[in-house]
Every structure is written in C-alpha cells, then in structure tokens.
Ligand binder design. Sequence first.
Ligand SMILES: Nc1ncnc2c1ncn2[C@@H]1O[C@H](COP(=O)(O)OP(=O)(O)O)[C@@H](O)[C@H]1O
Ligand SMILES: [Mg+2]
Length: 173
Amino acid sequence: MHDDDQPPRAQHTWHHLDEEALATLAQRLAAWLRADPGRANLRLTLHGELGAGKTTWTRHLLRALGVQGRIQSPTYALVEPYEVTLGTTAVTVMHADLYRLSDPREWLDAGLAELMDAPGLKLVEWPERAGRLLGTVDVALHLQHDDDHHRHLTWQARTAAGEAALLALRSTP
Ligand SMILES: Nc1ncnc2c1ncn2[C@@H]1O[C@H](COP(=O)(O)OP(=O)(O)O)[C@@H](O)[C@H]1O
Ligand SMILES: [Mg+2]
C-alpha cells in the first residue's frame, strides 16, 4: 500500500492565515530545522490550486533558512536547488514544481529521482504529477483559499519526523 493511502499520523489546520501569519509558520519551521540540521532530511509536498500560495510559502521558508537574492518559481526548470547553512551544517534544499510534468516517466528521464533521493530538504509543488514515484512524504501541506488575502493551511504529518515538526509548530506561541 502506498503512503498516501494511509490516514496521516497527525493533522492540523490553521485557518484564515494572512501572508504574514503564513510567513511566521514558515519561520517557525526554519527555526526547528536550524535547531538540529539532521531534521532537514525532510520531504514536504505542497497541494492546492494555482494561486493558493505554495510558492509563497516556499519563498518565506527559503528566506527564513537564509536564502538571499531572487527566488524563482521553478515552473519551467522543474527544480531549483539551494545551499543553506544551518549552524555549521551545509544543507541542500530542492524546490520542485512539477506542474509541467505531463507524464510521471519524465520524472525519471529528468533525473529527478536521484535529486529527490539525495539528502536534504525537499519542497515539491504539484506532487500529484509524479504519481507514486515521489516516494515517502513526511509532510503534505494543503493550502486553500479563504478569501483574497487569507488561506487555510493543513499540515498532514505522514512520518514521525513530520509529526515532530508539527508538534514544534503548534507548541510555539
Ligand atoms: N495569506 C496568503 N498566503 C499566501 N499567499 C497569499 C496570501 N494572501 C495573498 N496571497 C497571494 O496569493 C498569491 C499566491 O501565489 P503563489 O504562491 O504563486 O501560488 P501557487 O504557487 O500556489 O500557485 C501570491 O501573489 C500571494 O502574494
Ligand atoms: Mg507555485
């Protein structure tokens, strides 16, 4: 059975988040990763319609992890890699947007399987496009429109690591 067929280990929804509140959650996740860089071997998928805020969430997280300069949406490149330093540890972050992947087999052809299996933090928009090739997902994030300026964010923890991160996010005031 595939992971996605199982109910999440833990789930929480934050309602009516403006972009600042969304950024605050991304910053808390970054702080949790920074406290123990070993935590950064995490695979996070981002679900939600166009304009839901998947790239916006990712940008805030990358900024909070110390990425400077322009953060492009990898809509055409499929994957944009970043190197960040957490404490003294170098961590590779992969931001993928699979919207333009028309066939899961392209996933293999483009060498994405190797990239995704390498250590580091993975942030994947439109994971549905990779079918079941993506492998184990620690966290599935679902973004939904509330109104023009607010979103609902559901965090589905699918592994112990994803659950630990959720506990940390919820316990910070
Ligand atoms: N509360 C919010 N959270 C996230 N994005 C928001 C919010 N309010 C407005 N927005 C805007 O909605 C748009 C989301 O676009 P984007 O992040 O590119 O979506 P996606 O990657 O899901 O297609 C951005 O222009 C962003 O500024
Ligand atoms: Mg996007």
